[in-house]
Design a protein around this ligand. Sequence first.
Ligand SMILES: *Cc1c(COP(=O)(O)O)cnc(C)c1O
Length: 451
Amino acid sequence: MTRTDTGAVRPRAGSGPRRVRDTDMARLWHPYSTVPPAEPPYVVTEAEGTRLTLWAEGRSHRVVDGMASWWSAIHGYRHPVLDAAVRRQVDVFSHVMFGGLTHGPAAELAEVLVGIAPEPLEHVFLADSGSVSVEVAMKMCLQYHRSSGSPERRRFLTWRGGYHGDTFHAMSVCDPDGGMHALWGGLLPAQVYAPAPPGGFDAPPDPGYVEELERVAAEHARELAAIIVEPVVQGAGGMRFHHPGYLRELRRIADGHGLLLVFDEIATGFGRTGELFAADHAGVAPDVMCLGKALTGGYMSLAATLCTGRVARGIAEGEEPVLAHGPTFMGNPLACATAAASVDLLAGGNWRGDVARIGAGLRAGLAPLEGAPGVREVRVLGAIGVVELEAPVRVREATRAAVEAGVWLRPFRELVYAMPPYTCTAGDVAVVAAGMVAAAEASAAAADGGA
Ligand SMILES: *Cc1c(COP(=O)(O)O)cnc(C)c1O
């Protein structure tokens, strides 16, 4: 392929899945991958309801999307209500800048989000991705303390095992033993790390662990701006669940030392764990909350950072009263209109029943793996199913086995996991669980074969 000066004779990548795959491999980066990638990607040729159509080597596979496109497609693909919301807004306008201007979709979305968020969260910053919403949350905390005359409060306390995104400050509060910290060493801000919370949604808080949290917070209290964690479910850091009681302890510790409390609900928000927000399991409200992933029902990139009136006023009372952030695509009208429609669809539907049905189906379907050789643990919470193996997953073999079984999965580390769309029927969930079993077995077989 050569560079063309008019574009008129530009080779067209869109002609046929084989061409798409080849062009992709020559040109594109994928998440956490090399160029060219070690494995060819599957080409998606259709997405409808709970199903993706995947092309690989001349064959098409119609599979249930066990990943909901990384937690986001909670209503499935091509949902008529969301499609209509996008079309309606395209016919009005698709984008305008947000500096000095506003529009209906942003105002409506802010009302919708504040209406469902834990009180007293009342102000909304619209960002373009989850990582950016975490940067904004951290900036809010730093500016709050600066404005209140404590500029020395510049560090964040988090517990190990977390994931908060891939931009630099967000990376600094991810699990410090993960590859990113090792890679970036001295470049990341030094944060304060407590041990990971003891595992198990049903395991009551361990007083010894809470004492350790208190000790770490007290030791660093004067230099800390905030505590930031993922409530109840640590996602990309290891798919671990913990008891909601720890959130109440964090609230108490934060209040005792004048720290703000940030909950990153980017993965857990919008019902995934069985409550609308994971914080609701504990009845605890943070000072700052990040939302993303399922916010637009998986249609577009949009995230939000919510904060309390106290945080907003605290920032405004300082010598630098403006929150110093403003992305070009802030408040994108298409994304806001879709998000408002997605949240309305969720709130007006039976998400609690849907999540319970999926959880029950995953529990039943994964039961054969409990105590199976090579399986460390099977855990299910809300509409999330996790199989933790004793050895790292053989991703190629596991993915192929899942696709053959009719499911799209994307295992990582020792984890085969799924968080399917809420629109999955009991039959779809049975297929997802069977795909997870097939993936775990294929991984174990590949490891045994030493291949
Ligand atoms: C995915 C995720 C992020 C990052 O969101 P992006 O939209 O990928 O930038 C941050 N925090 C949590 C808990 C996430 O799951």
